[in-house]
Design a protein around this ligand. Structure first.
Ligand code: NAD
Length: 264
């Protein structure tokens, strides 16, 4: 990365960063010298181990346990980050859950949780960081959406709705802050082998009455023309690019990292 693209000394909040893609993004940004606020659920000892491992990369890392279904806790996380670092340069809206079920059996509480965690939490976090970014005169919002923000699959009505909503919000907010040196973009990954996908493999096998191996080969990787899972490192590289000065005129759009899925 060239000097004008350096992220060293910037501060990022990454929601849902105790696992999978979010934790990978935290390590990637830490390696670029970005101070972090990580967030998400999990075993407190493991979270503390991860926080220390991130600080071992030479940055300061705080953990905030905000529940992404609770607007007041999201606001508190943004305030805590700002109080600690005096700046918030990057927001990565990443927290997300999945539930796979036929629409007629889809539990109401799962619908509500998916809309809250996968969509509304991004609204609240973005709403609270934008005034700070405007004051600083620089900001990057990166929404971890999904190929399911662009196309649908059956049995994922809540997830597909939330992710399409996130794409709409990405575009609307990007236009609002376009003259403030703030960009708002989405990354739309195909399948990445994380705990979220592991659970989905089990649930999809049940919903479709097929084996887990069939789900991997005939459902997940069928859509992915490279026949490979997307790697977390590839998403880290994409996020760093969107945060760089080279991407200053990329806003209100998405980068698909999906092995060709949405080209078909
Ligand atoms: P993951 O299950 O490994 O991680 C999800 C993270 O969100 C965890 O840190 C978890 O603690 C956190 N989280 C869940 N509920 C929360 C809540 N109420 N409050 C705070 N944190 C909460 O999943 P992942 O695969 O790393 O997914 C991360 C994001 O990437 C999600 O938005 C997902 O939709 C998206 N995505 C994943 C894939 C994939 O194939 N894995 C593909 C496209 C998009």
């Amino acid at each position: 990365m060239t000097t004008k693209n350096t992220l060293k000394g910037k501060t990022a909040i990454i929601t849902g960063s105790t696992s999978g893609i979010g934790l990978g993004l935290a390590h990637g940004l830490a390696e670029s010298g970005v101070n972090l606020v990580i967030n998400g659920f999990g075993d407190p000892d493991k979270i503390e181990q991860d926080r220390k491992a991130l600080e071992d990369k030479g940055i300061t890392c705080l953990y905030h346990g905000a529940d992404m279904t609770k607007p007041a806790e999201i606001q508190d996380m943004v305030s805590a980050a700002h109080n600690a670092f005096g700046q918030i340069d990057i927001l990565i809206n990443n927290a997300g859950i999945q539930h796979v079920s036929k629409i007629e059996d889809f539990p109401d509480d799962k619908w509500e949780a998916i809309i809250a965690i996968n969509l509304s939490s991004s609204f609240y976090a973005t709403k609270h960081v934008i005034p700070l970014m405007k004051k600083q005169g620089w900001g990057r919002v990166v929404n971890i959406v999904s190929a399911h923000g662009l196309v649908a699959s059956p049995f994922k009505s809540a997830y597909v709705s939330a992710k399409h909503g996130m794409m709409g919000m990405t575009k609307a907010v990007a236009l609002e802050v376009a003259e403030d040196n703030i960009t708002v973009n989405a990354i739309c990954p195909g399948y990445v082998h994380t705990p979220l996908v592991d659970n989905q493999i089990k649930d999809t096998a049940k919903a479709r009455g097929i084996s887990e191996e069939q789900v991997i080969n005939d459902v997940l990787l069928k859509a992915q023309w490279t026949k490979e899972f997307v790697s977390i490192d590839q998403l880290v590289g994409t996020a760093k690019f969107l945060c760089s000065e080279d991407a200053a005129n990329i806003t209100g759009t998405h980068i698909s990292v999906d092995g060709g899925w949405t080209a078909a």
